[in-house]
Design a protein around this ligand. Sequence first.
Ligand code: PEP
Length: 252
Amino acid sequence: MKKFLIAGNWKMNKTIAEAKEFAEAIKAKDLPNAKDVCILAPFTALSELGKALEGSGIGFGAQNVHFEQSGAFTGEVSVPMLKELGVGYCAVGHSERREYFAETDKTVNLKLKVLLEAGITPILCVGESLEVREQGSEQTFVAGQVVEDFEGIPAAEAAKVVIAYEPIWAIGTGKTATPEQAEDMCAFIRGVISGIYDNATGDSMLILYGGSMKASNAKELLEKPDINGGLIGGASLKVDDFASIATDAASL
Ligand code: PEP
């Protein structure tokens, strides 16, 4: 049976009160695959969201972290701080962080290492811009990101990373990659991982698709053999939509 992870990325949305309300509503859905579902929330909501989700099986995580353990990094949050909150996941290298906050493959690599060391599952985001896709260089570009991001990470640790393929042109734009485009790239990424490590590592890796996944298109994407789930932005803000996507994954 194919493994799935359905991860909601709330971005800079939801206050503590709204996060708690969402948690109660999603718990009421009694998802059959709650253990394969998680929510990446703003730092401010993590503590209360974690408490509200307790016992539901649904995981929760952060959207970013600093690679140093502590120090003079105003405005940043470290791995020990996340660990204390009990987060299970942390997004790394989301395209919005790469674009607006100068995230590079070097810092992504450092973040992956500290998260893995702490036993927090990184959700590593990779993906090309529209310009790169129009040049036909998307595979070269994404392979370059993957190789740099995994630099110096041994196979046993690498296998714990979840990769999210998120073409930038499909994020928040309403424009979804076709199931074939998404499948092709997820299969390609699996091949890159197998090439760096071995087939067992490539085969076992969870590779998600992200980019305007919603209730109406999730199933056709999730059905593809190399797509192990979704990283979902906009549609994860609405309980019914997010639950519908999770339920689709459970049915496959
Ligand atoms: C995302 O935030 O990673 C994302 C894929 O957003 P959206 O689903 O809104 O395109």
